[in-house]
Design a protein. Structure first.
Length: 271
C-alpha cells in the first residue's frame, strides 16, 4: 500500500461541483453517525470536533449538534461557502468554517474530543495529519477516517450503460468504480496508519444500504466528481448529460445499487 505523503492535489480539483456534491452525494447513514457518537469514549457535549477536508459539510452538519464547538476545514472555498449556506438553512450555528490546507492547521494541544476526515484521507499527508491529531486530541479522544462508495455490478444494465457513456465523453479507459478488494486494502491501510501513529483500540465498521437513483440524480452525482464534473467536461457537459439521460431511457428502471460506507476509528491513549 502507498504511504501517502505530500500528495499535492490542486486547490480547484472539485471546482464547480459544490452544489452537486451537497445535493446528490449520498448522506452518511444514520447508523454510521450513531456509531461515531457511541465511540466517543467519554467525550462530552462540551468538547470540540475538528472535521478535516469537510467539503460541503456532509459529516460536519449531522455531527455538530453533539459538540459544543466545531471547526471545519477544506481546501476549496466553494465547498466552504456551500457548507455555510447549508448550515444556515439547517440552523447549525456552532461551526467555524475555514479555507486552507489541513496540514497547515495550528491548534492547541489536547483541545479536541474528536477529529474526523471523510473521503479525503488519500488526499492529505497522512503521517502529518495523524501526528497533529495525536497532539490536538485530549487523552481518550478519537480520530476517525470515513468513506463511502458504490459497488459496481456488471449484471446491472443501467450501470453498464452509465459506464459506457462516461468512458465515451471523458476518454477514461476505466470508469473508477471501486472493487471489494480495494475497499479491504484501503481499510487495512487506514488501520495500519492509525496503529503506526500510536492510536489504540483501532477498529473498522461497515454499513451498507440500497439506493435508487433517477436519471437526473445520476447525472447530478457524476457532475459532483472530479473526473466528470462540468469543469472536466467543459463545453461538452450539456451534451454528456443529454446523452446519458437518453441512454438510460433505453434501460428499464429501477436504477438501484448497493452503497457501502465505513469508518475506521482510533483512540488516543489515556495519559
Amino acid at each position: 500500500m502507498v504511504d501517502y505523503q505530500n500528495p499535492h492535489f490542486p486547490a480547484d480539483t472539485f471546482s464547480g461541483t459544490a452544489s452537486y456534491y451537497a445535493r446528490f452525494r449520498l448522506p452518511y447513514p444514520n447508523a454510521l453517525i450513531e456509531q461515531l457518537l457511541a465511540e466517543r469514549r467519554g467525550t462530552s457535549r462540551e468538547e470540540s470536533l475538528l472535521d478535516l477536508a469537510c467539503g460541503p459539510g456532509r459529516l460536519t452538519l449531522p455531527l455538530a449538534p453533539s459538540f459544543r464547538a466545531v471547526l471545519a476545514v477544506d481546501l476549496e472555498s466553494e465547498m466552504i461557502e456551500q457548507a455555510r449556506q447549508d448550515a444556515l438553512r439547517r440552523g447549525v450555528t456552532n461551526v467555524r468554517w475555514r479555507v486552507g490546507k489541513v496540514e497547515d492547521l495550528e491548534l492547541a494541544a489536547q483541545s479536541l474530543g474528536m477529529v474526523t476526515i471523510g473521503e479525503a484521507f488519500h488526499r492529505v499527508d497522512q503521517r502529518r495529519v495523524l501526528e497533529n491529531g495525536q497532539r490536538w486530541l485530549r487523552p481518550g479522544g478519537t480520530f476517525v477516517v470515513l468513506g463511502g462508495t458504490s459497488r459496481f455490478d456488471p449484471s446491472l444494465p443501467w450501470q453498464r450503460v452509465t459506464a459506457g457513456v462516461v468512458q465515451k465523453w471523458t476518454g477514461l479507459p476505466n470508469v473508477p468504480y471501486v472493487s471489494q478488494e480495494f475497499i479491504a486494502e484501503t481499510v487495512k491501510q487506514c488501520e495500519d496508519q492509525l496503529n503506526d501513529r500510536g492510536f489504540k483500540n483501532v477498529a473498522s465498521h461497515r454499513f451498507s444500504l440500497r439506493h435508487t437513483w433517477t436519471k437526473e440524480s445520476i447525472v447530478g452525482y457524476l457532475f459532483s466528481t472530479s473526473f466528470c464534473s462540468r469543469r472536466a467536461l467543459g463545453d461538452k457537459a450539456d451534451a454528456f448529460a443529454a446523452d446519458l439521460k437518453d441512454s438510460l431511457s433505453q434501460v428499464d428502471p429501477p436504477f438501484e445499487e448497493e452503497w457501502i460506507f465505513g469508518c475506521t476509528i482510533g483512540q488516543k491513549p489515556q495519559a
